[in-house]
Design a protein around this ligand. Structure first.
Ligand code: IMP
Length: 191
């Protein structure tokens, strides 16, 4: 963990993540269809995961970016707003949605519905993380990196109100740990 970040508990190191991405890429290639998939990344959070997979899949496939927002801080609002999805050339294509984390399932369910309604042949989901105990909407997940318990995690693209996306590992967000760390840093600077 970087010295400039609070000492959050590490769940998956950067190496753990890369190792699992190699396995997922192998799975995706093995399940390969005749034509290359249309890769759709849910930004910002899934960008690092998508970039690693893009490099591991053959054909240097373009990444199409869509935005979906439902979170305020660490709480899901229940409403999913999509943007950028209309620009994805999904008609008659096999779409592979790349997501950072599936929590209630609402985001990937809304995106799958959108692409299938827009003429995609299939729409599968590859997600780095899944929290099955939080599911509200059942949605098929073809490729899952890791299942985690009901904890709010950050790093490797995932944020809390825009913070900590750049951490190379996945850690558990803890507001108390953050407060103590920031307080100690401020005290050290003023002394
Ligand atoms: P869902 O629609 O509830 O499945 O939520 C999916 C989105 O919520 C993800 O793409 C993340 O942006 C966000 N999210 C859910 N859980 C977490 C978490 O533990 N850390 C960071 N973001 C999360």
């Amino acid at each position: 963990m970087s010295q400039s970040a609070p000492p959050f508990r590490v769940v998956f190191s950067h190496d753990d993540i890369l190792r699992r991405c190699h396995e997922l890429a192998r799975q995706i290639r093995a399940a390969g269809r005749d034509t290359p998939p249309c890769l759709v990344v849910v930004v910002e959070g899934a960008r690092p995961f998508a970039r690693v997979l893009q490099q591991l899949l053959p054909g240097n496939l373009p990444l199409h970016e869509v935005r979906a927002s439902s979170y305020v801080g660490t709480q899901s609002s229940g409403q999913v707003k999509l943007s950028g999805a209309h620009a994805v050339p999904c008609r008659d294509r096999d779409v592979l949605l790349l997501e950072d984390i599936v929590d209630t399932g609402r985001t990937v369910a809304a995106l799958r519905r959108f692409f299938l309604d827009s003429g995609a042949t299939t729409c599968e989901v590859a997600t780095l993380l899944s929290k099955p105990s939080r599911r509200v909407v059942e949605v098929p997940l073809a490729h899952v990196g890791f299942q985690i318990p009901d904890e709010f995690v950050i790093g490797f693209g995932m944020d809390v109100d825009g913070r900590y996306r750049e951490l190379p590992e996945v850690v558990v967000y803890d507001a108390e740990v953050e407060r103590t760390f920031l307080g100690a840093s401020a005290a050290a600077q003023s002394s």
